[in-house]
Design a protein around this ligand. Structure first.
Ligand code: GAP
Length: 507
């Protein structure tokens, strides 16, 4: 196992680029901050994540239906949802470096040094929050101490998040990327929605937004779904799609991007049943990640403290994962009460109440929202999968093997098929197996080039759970070697059993 956390991230990023999981967007032009492309293996992995979610949430249930809404909607939607007025991050600019930071992601503390029994102030020093922030603070404080007469660095009495620091501290602070004091602006609110204009006019009347979440398309269509299906409460509406946020500090690879995909479910129910459904979805969603391979102790379910809750939410919990760069949210499950439908009813002037024919009760339903990020889930699956172990090469010499232990349901390629050599009819049989797998909807890869050991290694890096080799014995008894990616166990199985075997194992 790769032990150092940053080391693991570097190795993963390099593997993802080398093997075509993830590329920087517009890389040939130097890239663009906060945007990523998925390569040939990555796109399959990501599609499998979405497919698994859609199958489990929509296709396998009678009480949930899907939607695919437009990204650009009537801008009134975003006034009703509160995004125009309130979807802001406090941000700070550095006048010297022209860099921009999120004010809630900078820590500030008084740097002090002690010399001959005397403690003196070196100034208010800022560092970016996150792993290693304290070490960075001490390193910079010690540099300042040396520059101004030496002494031992004394730990700050306390460190505050910049946005909470008093204004005189903010204006006197030394920014995270400068040695000069007083270059930071006071925090200013910055709306995270990307704006554009629809139509030829470029004025306020044509102003539109790229959706910052898929959820609002569901609320805006709640009545349409109610009227066109015969669903009765409780029921859910699900959507997967792109969302856009002009994040001030996109970081940690694909974790915080400016363009990303969400998989969101809005589950509507009677207010008296909301607590029960909240618990149901919180637990079901946590289990879903475990079921798809996040089995380690790195997955957590964290209920929010009451003071963390959004004003409209009654309860919320995050499914969190210990990424190499820190523990962060994969998905949030919230009881949003009747907030969203009430807002849309108010702003649209349309009646969005539900009428229960049996009880003759008319009410706005409560909604439980499990809201996950496709890219974040994909990144967590990649982090968890990355493994280095020792395995013998063709000559029996032990070598470090990189293997992506992705859950078979998510693996981009389910099986690779090799002829041992390119003669004696082996390629023909191998191709037939490859095609039979593909005809069954199982992603298969055919490879006849190079030593078989090297072909195995390439598939290990791609996360392919099974490798099937046609060899001399196949010609005699119609069996092939089937090698398991994780156990390295090799079994012989009949050619006509291969498709069945793989189908069973990739569920
Ligand atoms: N409708 C509720 C909502 O959008 P959120 O916590 O803002 O809630 C839900 O977002 C999920 O979307 C997050 O848990 C995360 O997985 C994903 N997400 C949010 N912002 C993201 C970003 N900048 N980059 C990648 N994924 C993001």
């Amino acid at each position: 196992m790769a032990e150092n956390r940053n080391d693991l991230m570097d190795k993963l990023v390099s593997l993802c680029k080398r093997r075509g999981f993830i590329f920087q967007s517009s890389e040939i032009y130097g890239g663009i901050n906060g945007f990523w492309d998925y390569g040939p293996l990555g796109v399959e992995l990501k599609r499998n994540v979405k497919e698994a979610w859609w199958t489990d949430i929509v296709r396998k249930r009678d009480d949930i239906v899907g939607l695919d809404c437009s990204i650009i909607m009537n801008p009134r939607v975003w006034e009703a949802s509160g995004h125009v007025g309130g979807f802001n991050d406090p941000m700070v600019d550095c006048r010297e470096t022209k860099k921009r930071y999120r004010a809630d992601q900078i820590l500030v503390g008084e740097a002090r040094a002690e010399r001959n029994g005397e403690v003196r102030s070196l100034g208010w020093l800022c560092v970016l929050d996150g792993e290693g922030a304290r070490e960075e603070f001490d390193r910079r404080a010690s540099k300042f101490a040396k520059k101004t007469g030496g002494g031992n660095v004394v730990p700050p009495e306390q460190m505050a998040v910049f946005v909470d620091a008093p204004p005189d501290v903010q204006t006197a602070a030394i920014g995270p990327d400068t040695d000069n004091a007083g270059t930071l602006t006071a925090p200013r609110q910055f709306n995270l929605m990307f704006g554009s204009h629809a139509g030829a006019m470029q004025d306020e009347s044509s102003k539109v937004y790229l959706r910052p979440e898929t959820a609002q398309g569901i609320f805006a269509n709640w009545k349409n779904v109610l009227d066109t299906t015969r669903l009765k409460l409780p029921f859910g509406i699900a959507q997967i799609g792109k969302s856009f946020r002009n994040e001030i500090n996109p970081r940690n690879y694909t974790f915080r991007s400016r363009e990303f995909e969400q998989m969101e479910l809005e589950f509507f129910c009677h207010p008296s049943e909301a607590d029960k459904w909240y618990e149901y979805w919180r637990d079901a969603r946590y289990q879903w990640y475990i079921r798809h391979g996040l089995t380690s102790s790195k997955l957590h379910l964290r209920p929010h403290d009451p003071d963390e809750l959004a004003h409209y939410a009654r309860a919320c919990a995050d499914v969190e994962y210990e990424f190499p760069f820190g523990t962060s949210e994969l998905e949030g499950i919230a009881n949003r009460t009747d907030f969203d439908l009430t807002q849309h009813q108010k702003y649209s002037g349309k009646d969005l109440a539900y009428f229960d024919e049996e009880t003759k009760e008319r009410f706005i339903p409560y909604v439980i929202e499990p809201s996950g990020g496709v890219d974040r889930a994909t990144l967590a699956f990649l982090c968890e999968a990355y493994t280095e172990d020792q395995a013998p090469d063709e000559k029996g010499v032990m070598q470090t093997r990189i293997v992506m232990k992705l859950h078979p349901r998510l693996a981009p390629i389910k099986a690779a098929v090799f002829p041992l050599v390119k003669k004696d009819g082996m390629p023909e049989i191998a191709r037939q197996i490859h095609e039979a797998l593909r005809d069954d909807g199982l992603a298969s890869f055919y490879d006849e080039k190079g030593a078989v050991g090297r072909r195995y290694r390439r598939q290990d890096e791609a996360g392919t759970p099974f490798c099937i080799t046609v060899d001399g014995q196949t010609l005699q008894d119609q069996t092939v070697t089937l090698r398991d990616r994780d156990t390295l166990e090799q079994i012989r199985i009949a050619v006509d059993q291969v498709v069945n075997y793989v189908r069973q194992r990739v569920r």
